[in-house]
Design a protein around this ligand. Structure first.
Ligand code: RNT
Ligand code: ZN
Length: 422
């Protein structure tokens, strides 16, 4: 990567180039600096958690690969996250799963409290502007039947309802403690591998369970509830109880957040086109930005056309306050710290590119029916020097520009993660 002088020089010429189109690069960088991404803890240990079990099981989720050095303890995971965050410009949130509780001895999931996350909350006070949270409705003996909140077994259903209630209390405590609402997301794996006869029954069960979980109203300054849909999973190919229509309806009726995971739709469907539709009826949404390759494979997010389209929709619609951007991928085949850094930097790059767009100008073309200019300028924008603005932004935020971050990950690997034995 070039030295500071080179970065400044490149930035200066990029600044002028964007100014020609009426775009102020300084305003774009300022806006980007105010945008927090929620970094998911589970990339650091392949969705393992600290409950002492064999790790990820059931729920149709799969982390493939055996790259050495994964975090084995909460302290290691926090250290890895801190390293990743030090290579990402800006201040970002921490997204935790219930199975990352730190308990001395076994505590059942329906008995978890905020105390079991005290160390994480303390960490977030120092390292980030806030926390988000998720109930863990998989990797558990009571989820082995494939059904949790939609279970016809009252004991099982009740257990998971209690877990959901516990998670909302934990989320509220996190939000209160950190002074920023904790988006607490609920995703369940419930569904059938093969064609069911009764599609209605489990959905009625799920609705009843959700009503019980969300019965207590909690101050939105502390907690924002969200529900995540899915089209299919491994082992639930034919029927998923919590489908898109189900949760969209539930979220609209109950005025809670809907979580759109970019890997949870048919491969020809795109979440970028759903944002302005669902936000016509919902106050806020949560995104799980992921990358499915042929299926919901949760590959590391890259700067794809769809990622750019997603960022454009958020920025063009002026939705930055209403769309909570969380990441959801887990790749065990590459360095896990690098995975966080790559995915998060790509998300930020996509947002920066969107913020560097002369949107008003493009809108005018569109309103006036000048689709020729619209297409022409959109294509010209693709080769504008946003990379120079990005490098300058990274330097400004005291993190490595260009590929320089990789050397730091390699150093960390040699000094820290390589010495970890499984
Ligand atoms: C599963 C959902 C869910 C999980 C995480 C670990 O398909 O995407 O969000 O990936 O909660
Ligand atoms: Zn998700």
């Amino acid at each position: 990567m070039s030295d500071s002088k080179g970065i400044e020089k490149a930035y200066e010429s990029a600044r002028q180039r964007y100014a020609e189109l009426g775009v102020d690069t300084e305003t774009a960088m300022e806006r980007l600096g105010k945008t927090a991404i929620s970094l998911h803890c589970w990339q650091g240990d392949d969705v393992g958690g600290f409950e002492g079990s064999e790790g990820l099981s059931g729920g149709g989720l799969m982390a493939t690969g055996a790259y050495p050095g994964k975090a084995r303890t909460a302290d290691e995971l926090r250290a890895d996250l801190k390293k990743a965050m030090s290579l990402i410009p800006g201040k970002h949130r921490l997204n935790l799963h219930a199975m990352y509780a730190e308990t001395s001895g076994k505590v059942e999931r329906n008995e978890l409290t905020a105390e079991h996350f005290a160390a994480w909350i303390e960490w977030a006070k120092v390292n980030g502007p806030g926390m988000d949270f998720n109930g863990t409705f998989f990797s558990h003996p009571k989820a082995e039947s494939g059904f949790t909140l939609a279970s016809a077994d009252e004991g099982i259903r009740r257990f998971w309802v209690e877990h959901g209630i516990a998670c909302r209390k934990i989320g509220a405590a996190m939000g209160k403690e950190l002074g920023t609402p904790c988006v607490t997301n609920l995703w369940i794996p419930d569904g059938y591998k093969d064609i069911p006869v009764d599609r209605k029954g489990p959905r009625e069960q799920l609705r009843k369970s959700l009503d019980e979980i969300f019965a207590e109203s909690i101050d939105r300054r502390y907690l924002l509830d969200s529900v995540e849909s899915k089209l299919f999973g491994i082992g639930s190919e034919s029927y998923v109880v919590g489908s898109h229509e189900f949760y969209l309806g539930y979220a609209v009726r109950n005025n809670i957040l809907l979580c759109l995971d970019t890997g949870h739709f048919h491969p020809t469907e795109v979440v970028s086109d759903k944002i302005s539709s669902v936000l016509a009826f919902l106050d806020e949404i949560l995104l799980h930005v992921s990358r499915g390759v042929r299926w919901d494979s949760d590959h590391v997010v890259i700067l794809s056309d769809e990622l750019r389209a997603l960022a454009c929709e958020i920025v063009r619609g002026d939705y930055l306050q209403r769309v909570h951007i969380g990441l959801d991928f887990f790749d065990a085949s590459i360095n896990r710290v690098a995975a966080w850094v790559i995915g998060t930097r790509c998300m930020l790059k996509a947002l920066l590119i969107a913020m560097l767009e002369p949107t008003e100008k493009l809108r005018e073309f569109e309103y006036n029916g000048d689709f020729t200019s619209r297409l022409a300028i959109l294509e010209e924008l693709k080769t504008l020097p946003f990379g120079a603005v990005w490098d300058y932004y990274c330097r400004k935020k005291d993190v490595p520009a260009g590929e320089d971050w990789l050397k730091e990950v390699r150093d960390y690997e040699a000094k820290v993660t390589n010495s970890r034995q499984r």
